[in-house]
Ligand binder design. Structure first.
Ligand SMILES: Cc1cc2nc3c(=O)[nH]c(=O)nc-3n(C[C@H](O)[C@H](O)[C@H](O)COP(=O)(O)OP(=O)(O)OC[C@H]3O[C@@H](n4cnc5c(N)ncnc54)[C@H](O)[C@@H]3O)c2cc1C
Length: 453
C-alpha cells in the first residue's frame, strides 16, 4: 500500500454525494481518489454487505432504486481510485491523511471534496449507556451491512419518522419490534406537514415509502404510539425494559431516533465556515452556489452541508463536481452555469422537503431529561451533574471541556457536543461555536503516526 498518493481531486465519502461528484468529474482525464472508511461504496443509505456475502433481496424497496442506479454507474467508472477501509483522520488545504489497515496514507490533491455524510444524534437519558442501547441508524447499519439483528425484541423511540422505516426493516429481517414510540403527539406532526404541503407533494416516493413501512408494521402487529416519551432505560447487564410516559415496555434492545447531525469534524478541521444545522443540533458546512467552502480548494456536499436526504446529497455532489471542474479549468463558467441548473433546482426542492422533515421531527421539546448521574460524555464518563456544576463559570464549550474532560475522548466530542450545547443554552448561554476541532478525527495509535523504522 502506497503511503503517499498524489491526485487532482480527493473525494472523502463514497455515499450518494461523493458518487455524484465523481460521476460529474469522470471523463475529464483527472486522477480522482475516493476515500471511505467503509470497504465498499454506498454510504449510509446503501451500506453494502461484504463482497463475499450472498444476500438475496438486499434493500429491494422502490425508494432505493434511483440510488442503486447511481451506485451502479459509480462502480462502473474506470478512472476512479477507490480507497476503501480508510478513515480520514486529518485534513488541511491540499492534503488528506487517511488511516487504513496498513497504516497512514497521505493524499495530496489540487482539490478536496468533503462528502462525509451525517451521523445519528446521541441522546443521553438514564440508562442509555447500557449494552443493547443503540442509535437507531446503528441498528439499521447492522441489518443493511451485516444482515444482523441486535436483539429479539427491539424498542424504537424518538421523534424522527425514519424510525418507521427502520422498524419495518427490523420486521422484514425477521425481528420483532416491541413498539415504535413518537415523543411528539400525532397532531404536531400533522400540523407540521400541513404547513409545507407543496414540499410534501414533491417527494411522493418518500411518503409512499413511509406508508409502506406503516402497512408492514400494521401487518406485524407492531404498536405505534404518539405522544409517548422515553424516561429511562432499565437493566443490569443489558437493557431489559424502557420506562416511558405511558408505562414500562419490556425489550432487549433499544434504538434511539431523535435526528441526525452532519459529520462536521473534517470541514471544521480545515477551517471552513460552519453554521448551526437543523433542530437536532450540530454544525453544517457553509458553501457557495458551486458547493465551495470558505477554504480555497475545499468543497463540501451531501449531509456534511446539512441533513437533507440522499437525493439532496446526490444533487449537491453533482453540483460540487461541476464547481471543481470549473475551478480546475476544465469547463467554462458558461458551461458550468448551464450544467448546474438541474442539480441546483433539485437541491432547492429536496432542501424544502428537508425543512418539512425538520419540522415534523423537531426533537427540541421532547428530549428525555438526563438525571444528575447520567453520563453525557461516554468516552470520558462525565456525568450531567459534573457539567452542570461548571456551567455558571464556563462560558464556552472548550472551557467546559478543560474543566470536566467532556469532549476530550476518542470521539472528539462528536457524541456529547450537541448535548453539552443544549445544556449550556438551557443555562442561558448560547455559544457561537462548539469544541475546537482537534486532530485526529478518528482514534489512531501513536505507532501508526510514526514514520516507518
Ligand atoms: C446510520 C444512518 C442510516 C441512515 N439511513 C437512511 C435511510 O434508510 N433512508 C434515508 O433516506 N436516509 C438515511 N440516512 C440519511 C442518509 O445518510 C443520507 O440521506 C445519505 O446517505 C446522505 O448521503 P451522503 O453522501 O451525504 O452521506 P453518506 O451516505 O453518509 O456517505 C458518507 C460516506 O463518508 C464516509 N466517511 C465519513 N467520515 C469519514 C472519514 N472521516 N473518513 C473516511 N470516510 C468517511 C462514510 O463511511 C460514508 O460512506 C441515514 C443516515 C445514517 C447516519
Amino acid at each position: 500500500m502506497a503511503d503517499r498518493i498524489e491526485c487532482d481531486v480527493a473525494i472523502i465519502g463514497g455515499g450518494p454525494a461523493g458518487q455524484a461528484a465523481a460521476l460529474a468529474l469522470s471523463g475529464h482525464g483527472l486522477s480522482i481518489v475516493v476515500i471511505d472508511e467503509q470497504p465498499r461504496p454506498g454510504g449510509q443509505i446503501l451500506r453494502q454487505p461484504p463482497a463475499r456475502f450472498a444476500v438475496r433481496g438486499w434493500l429491494e424497496e422502490r425508494s432505493y432504486r434511483p440510488l442503486k442506479q447511481l451506485l451502479g454507474r459509480f462502480q462502473a467508472l474506470d478512472d476512479i481510485h477507490w480507497l476503501g477501509s480508510h478513515s480520514v483522520i486529518g485534513l488541511q488545504r491540499g492534503s488528506v491523511m487517511a488511516m487504513g489497515p496498513e497504516g497512514v496514507t497521505t493524499v495530496t490533491a489540487r482539490h478536496i471534496l468533503i462528502a462525509a455524510g451525517c451521523h445519528d444524534l446521541a441522546v443521553p437519558l438514564p440508562g442509555w449507556t447500557l449494552p443493547g442501547v443503540y442509535a437507531a441508524g446503528g441498528i439499521q447499519a447492522f441489518i443493511k451491512g451485516q444482515q444482523l439483528l441486535v436483539g429479539n425484541r427491539i424498542l424504537v423511540a424518538g421523534t424522527h419518522p425514519l424510525q418507521l422505516i427502520i422498524a419495518a426493516q427490523i420486521v422484514a429481517a425477521g425481528g420483532s419490534v416491541a413498539a415504535v414510540l413518537f415523543a411528539q403527539p400525532r397532531s404536531a406532526m400533522v400540523a407540521a406537514l400541513a404547513r409545507h404541503p407543496l414540499a410534501a407533494l414533491r417527494r411522493v416516493p418518500d411518503l409512499l415509502a413511509t406508508a409502506a413501512a406503516l402497512r408492514a408494521l400494521a401487518r406485524a402487529g407492531t404498536p405505534i404510539h404518539f405522544g409517548t416519551s422515553l424516561e429511562a432505560l432499565i437493566g443490569t447487564d443489558r437493557v431489559s425494559a424502557a420506562q416511558t410516559s405511558a408505562g414500562t415496555i419490556n425489550c432487549d434492545a433499544v434504538g434511539l431516533c431523535y435526528g441526525f447531525v452532519p459529520q462536521s469534524a473534517l470541514p471544521r478541521m480545515a477551517g471552513a465556515q460552519m453554521r448551526p444545522s437543523g433542530p437536532a443540533g450540530g454544525w453544517a458546512c457553509g458553501h457557495d452556489d458551486f458547493m465551495r467552502t470558505s477554504v480555497p480548494g475545499v468543497s463540501a456536499a451531501g449531509e456534511t452541508t446539512g441533513v437533507a436526504g440522499a437525493a439532496a446529497a446526490a444533487a449537491g455532489g453533482a453540483l460540487a463536481g461541476i464547481g471543481i471542474a470549473l475551478d480546475l479549468g476544465l469547463i467554462s463558467l458558461e458551461a458550468a452555469e448551464h450544467a448546474a441548473r438541474t442539480p441546483r433546482r433539485d437541491l432547492a426542492q429536496h432542501r424544502a422537503f428537508a425543512a418539512l422533515l425538520d419540522a415534523v421531527a423537531d426533537p427540541r421539546a421532547y428530549f428525555p431529561a438526563p438525571s444528575a448521574d447520567t453520563i453525557i460524555c461516554r468516552c470520558e464518563d462525565v456525568e450531567q451533574a459534573t457539567i452542570a456544576a461548571e456551567l455558571p463559570v464556563c462560558q464556552s464549550a472548550n472551557a467546559v471541556k478543560l474543566a470536566t474532560r467532556c469532549g476530550m475522548g476518542a470521539c472528539q466530542g462528536r457524541n456529547c457536543e450537541p448535548s453539552l450545547l443544549r445544556m449550556m443554552a438551557k443555562a442561558g448561554n448560547v455559544p457561537e461555536t462548539g469544541f475546537t476541532p482537534r486532530f485526529p478525527a478518528r482514534p489512531v495509535s501513536i505507532a501508526d503516526l510514526l514514520p516507518p523504522q
